[in-house]
Design a protein around this ligand. Sequence first.
Ligand code: NHR
Ligand code: GAR
Length: 222
Amino acid sequence: MQASEAEKPRIVILISGTGSNMVAIAEAVKKEEIDADIVGIISNRPNAAGLEKAQAMDLHTDLIDHTLYASRDEFDHALIRMIEDLKPDLVVLAGFMRILTADFTRYYEGRLLNIHPSLLPKYQGLNTHQRALDAGDDIHGVTVHFVTEELDGGPNAIQAIVPILDVDNAKLLQQRVHEQEHIIYPIAVKWFCEGRLNMKGNEALLDGKALPLRGVQLDSRN
Ligand code: NHR
Ligand code: GAR
């Protein structure tokens, strides 16, 4: 391997399901829009559809079944060991559905990103699309944020706003949010790999400047 290749940022992506965000990031790397190496895709679910998609893209995959561990602590420590074998510079949660312990989030602090389907700090946790509809909101969206111990509480890097339509339901809304996810997650990963995006204290910085609470905001209505 050439020295220049060896120096590329190393990305590990954690998934639990479909893996469409993983694919969006992998395609951006393949197209050289992101200058990085994806060194592994790790799933906690044996039947995650994303595993086959990763293999079809010739990416290294690993499986760590959380049901085989007695506690969250034991699972997270085994997960850290599996990730460390891959020596990542960045760990990306892409539809990874296990809450992580403080030991894990502290270990990867500042190099751990997640995508969450709401305009954080609104609607942390699960079932976000239905909750936005039930609240009568006229906008919804998706956020990429640095992961800290506080669930969906770490500093935001980038968001996309998605309009809520009169005819909407959770499924339709989720589909439109998903399209935006595939745009903003590769952007955030690219910024990180270029050294432009980082976390300091409890703030996300872009080009050395603290980002506002919501992060950089894209508006899909424009
Ligand atoms: N861990 C920490 N500490 N902080 C975050 O911000 C995290 C995290 C782990 C995952 C992704 C997340 C989201 O974007 C994420 C962010 C799963 C759950 C959950 O309740 C909540 C949030 C997120 C992912 N999981 C259940 C659990 O018991 C299991 C649900 C299932 O398997 O379907 O872990 O929203
Ligand atoms: C995405 O919509 C992501 O925002 C969401 O899961 C989906 C995964 O899709 N994440 C969460 O809900 C985290 N709690 P994907 O597997 O196709 O990338």
